[in-house]
Each structure stands twice: as structure tokens, then as C-alpha cells.
Design a protein around this ligand. Structure first.
Ligand code: 2M8
Length: 447
């Protein structure tokens, strides 16, 4: 099974390589996506570290002068009609040496430091040349990764409590999650926008899997207001209709600081390494303070505009498990939630949304189906806190699922059937990592 899965994953990554970057899927997502590039690099490191670095470099070459890393870098060779919302819709001005309309103006979770550190660790296994290349790439990336963190902790500290606010559900990567429902209900839904702008996702995938038109009208409206201000972040709390602190995004922020600490250590920057570790602790403490609900005993998304926590139990609530400084009480609570009938880590990996909720939808994306990337993060959390058996069960469940059902974008949370785009890059890349890497993160707590 391992060799078969390995070879099929390598084939997917070969097919989806576009010269200097990887597309998530040839048909549905024909450009480069930010957090996809990070997950992809982690797996690509085993088979072609040069491409893994190239993918990360392509993305960071499109970094904005203010430090933000755009959620999509557009491929100029791909027609506007091949993805909506495309470059013309985002209408991003030229910056640095990049032409206008080269990217979007929003971000995605900063997974890249975690990826860079993993690629670096694995590159050494490919011999001296790859180790030298890894060192050079790490040096190039480090200040850019730091600038990304500074943008997010600075301009995006909309709530003032030390956490990042996302200003669009697409920034979470968990786009259509019920975690945003309450906050999104306050965003105007102008359905007439969908006569001006045509959705393309419905041409290539089933409507039952995708967000509704009302959701899309809100998505489009939020971009239009952000775009109208030149994607400027001043007074977002008053000006912008959506500002939410997501437990998953912020856990990745803190995880990135821990990886930056490792990277700074390798680069001989001891004082910076200590500062990164401190920042990780501060973000962890802010997640506990701001996003924990002692009644539901899980982490929720916080609507910064209303000050209310979302009532929904989503897989994003389990993500703070990846943080080594999470207090024992919260670790235990996440484990209870992860083992419960809501997310039940039995046989199949965890679904994106509470199985027991009335709105649990086995087909609609991020409202029930299960994803390999979030389960990969969950496994990391299990390893960080010494839950070796559960981590191994989850690893085998993911490997078995992909082997049986192929490299789909996401999977049916009851039958395991592959859903969404086939030949999906991060599923393939993370399968390679799941087959190859049994190591525990360096900052894991002693078991
Ligand atoms: C999905 O998001 C895009 C918008 O960014 C879409 O629905 O068109 C999400 O699953 C997101 O997490 C992912 O990065 C992207 C590309 O795989 O697809």
C-alpha cells in the first residue's frame, strides 16, 4: 500500500507543477494558493526539495511591501475566465517590481515558517548540495517570514488583544465553515452582484458541495469594500463588515513563531530565537484568554465587531492543540472534544464540523467533509502533547483513507468517499509526509 500511495502522490505533484509553482488542482484552482504552497512544500521536500523551495520562493516574491503574503498569486498564463474571482476582479495595483493584478489583497494562515522548517529538516537527507540549498533558501525566506508575522500581529490586531483578525472567510482557509455564520449574517448580501460577477466554481463542481449564492454575494461584497480602500487596514473595526479571530489561524500564527525560533537558531540568531518563543507564548495566552468558552469547553471564533464567540463547534477549535504552552486543562478539553461523537477520531479522521450539529452537511465544503491538511495539523498537536497512540491511529486513518479513495480535495465524513477536486496537491503532498515522517516536533512536551 505504501509504495502505491507514494507513487500516486508523486504523479499528482508532477502533473500539478506549473514551471515555478504548484497549482492546488488543475481544473478548480489554476493559480498558486498561499497555505496550499506551504502544505505542498512539506511533502515535495521528500521527492524534489528544489521545487519545494521554488514554490515557497514564488509565493514570497509576491509578498506586498507591508509584509502581507497574498492568498492567491495569479498565473499570468491563465485566462481571467478560468477562476472567479480572478485578477481583474481583485484589481490589485502594481507594487515593488510586480505588475498590477498579480495577486489578491487578502491573506491565508501563515503556515510557511512551519513548512520552511520542515523542508529544511528533510532536505539534509538528500545530500550536501541539498543541505547547502536549504541553508541559502532559509536565509532568503527568514526576513520575509518575519515580515509576514509583523504584518499580521500589527495591522491585523484589529481587536487589540494580540490576536490576528481575518477580514474575509477566505483568509481562514476554512472558507465556508459554520464558525463564520453569525458574523457573516451581519454582512450585507447583495445578490445582484452575482449577475455582474459570474461564479465559476459551479461550472466545475456540484452546487451541493459549494457555498450558496447568498454566501458568495457576501464574499464578493467584502472584497469590494476592502478593494475600494486599496486593501488598506486602517480603522478596519469601524469600516469593515467582518473581523473575526479564528482559533486555527491564530494557532498557526503561534506555531509559525515556534518554527521561526528553530530557523533563527540555525541561522545563529539566538536573541531572535528567544523573541519568537516569547511571541508564541503570548499568542497562546491570548488564544486562551479570548477564544475559550468555559461552558462549551472548546475554542471558538470571536466576532470582534460584536465581542461574541461563535456557538459552533468546528475543527478549528481543536487546532490550538499544536501549541506546547497550552495549559493542561485546555489540552484535556480538546482531547475530550476530539474523542467525542462530535469529531470522533475512530476509524476516519476528524470532520470539519460537529457531526452532531443540525447543520452538519456531509457534502458541502468545510461544513462536514474532512480534510487532510487540518487532520495533519491535529496529528501534529497530538504529537506535541505526547498522545503517541492517537497520533499513530490518526496517521494510519489518513493514509488508509487516501489510499482507498485517492488524492481528493476532501472526503465524505461517513463513507470516506473522495469529494471536490481530484488529484489535489496538498492531499498528495501530505500523504508523502505521513508515509515518511514519524518524528515528533522539537518543541513537543515530554510524554
Ligand atoms: C478553497 O478556497 C478557494 C478560495 O480561496 C475557493 O473556494 O475558491 C479553500 O479550501 C482554501 O483553503 C484553499 O486554499 C483553496 C485552494 O485549495 O480552495
Amino acid at each position: 500500500m505504501s509504495a502505491e500511495l507514494w507513487n500516486s502522490a508523486v504523479r499528482v505533484l508532477e502533473t500539478n507543477w506549473s514551471g515555478d509553482h504548484m497549482v492546488p488542482s488543475r481544473k478548480l484552482y489554476p493559480h498558486q494558493w498561499s497555505w496550499d504552497a506551504a502544505f505542498i512544500a512539506i511533502g515535495l521536500a521528500y521527492v524534489n526539495p528544489t521545487r519545494a523551495w521554488r514554490d515557497l520562493r514564488s509565493l514570497f516574491e509576491a509578498q506586498w511591501p507591508d509584509g502581507r503574503v497574498p492568498h492567491i498569486v495569479f498565473d499570468p498564463a491563465t485566462a481571467e475566465a478560468d477562476y472567479f474571482p480572478g485578477p481583474g476582479f481583485w484589481d490589485v495595483p502594481a507594487y515593488a517590481n510586480r505588475p498590477a493584478r498579480g495577486s489578491t489583497g487578502i491573506v491565508q494562515p501563515p503556515m510557511h515558517a512551519i513548512a520552511a522548517w520542515d523542508v529544511y529538516r528533510h532536505a539534509a537527507a538528500h545530500g550536501a548540495n541539498c543541505a547547502q540549498e536549504a541553508r541559502t533558501e532559509l536565509e532568503w525566506l527568514y526576513p520575509r517570514l518575519v515580515a509576514q508575522q509583523e504584518y499580521l500581529t500589527g495591522r491585523r490586531n484589529v481587536g487589540g488583544g494580540g490576536l490576528v483578525s481575518i477580514v474575509h472567510p477566505w483568509e481562514s482557509g476554512l472558507d465556508n465553515s459554520p464558525a463564520w455564520d453569525e458574523a457573516m449574517a451581519n454582512v450585507p448580501a447583495d445578490l445582484s452582484l452575482l449577475t455582474t460577477y459570474k461564479r465559476r466554481d459551479l461550472d466545475v463542481s456540484a452546487a451541493a458541495h459549494r457555498p450558496t449564492d447568498v454566501d458568495y454575494a457576501r464574499y464578493v461584497g467584502l472584497v469590494l469594500t476592502y478593494r475600494a480602500e486599496g486593501y488598506d487596514d486602517h480603522d478596519l473595526l469601524d469600516r469593515h463588515a467582518f473581523a473575526v479571530e479564528c482559533p486555527s489561524f491564530n494557532a498557526i500564527m503561534a506555531g509559525a513563531e515556534l518554527s521561526l525560533a528553530q530557523i533563527a537558531g540555525v541561522l545563529g540568531l539566538a536573541a531572535e530565537a528567544a523573541a519568537h518563543r516569547e511571541r508564541a507564548q503570548r499568542i497562546t495566552a491570548a488564544i486562551v484568554k479570548r477564544l475559550w468558552n468555559p461552558q462549551s469547553r472548546t475554542f471558538h471564533a470571536l466576532d470582534v465587531k460584536t465581542g461574541k464567540l461563535s456557538p459552533e463547534h468546528c475543527v478549528s477549535g481543536l487546532m490550538p492543540l499544536m501549541l506546547p504552552d497550552l495549559p493542561a486543562e485546555h489540552v484535556e478539553a480538546i482531547m475530550t472534544e476530539a474523542r467525542s461523537s462530535r469529531f470522533g477520531l475512530e476509524g476516519l479522521p476528524a470532520p470539519s464540523y460537529d457531526r452532531t450539529a443540525p447543520g452538519f452537511d456531509t457534502m458541502r465544503y468545510w461544513r462536514g467533509p474532512l480534510w487532510i491538511n487540518v487532520n495533519w495539523l491535529l496529528r501534529r498537536g497530538l504529537l506535541v502533547h505526547g498522545f503517541r497512540d492517537e497520533a499513530e491511529d490518526l496517521r494510519t486513518a489518513m493514509v488508509r483513507l487516501v489510499h482507498r479513495n485517492d488524492h481528493f480535495e476532501y472526503f465524505h465524513p461517513i463513507t470516506g468517499e473522495g469529494l471536490g477536486a481530484p488529484a489535489f496537491s496538498w492531499t498528495a503532498a501530505l500523504s508523502l509526509d505521513l508515509l515518511a515522517d514519524r518524528s515528533v516536533p522539537a518543541y513537543a512536551r515530554a510524554a
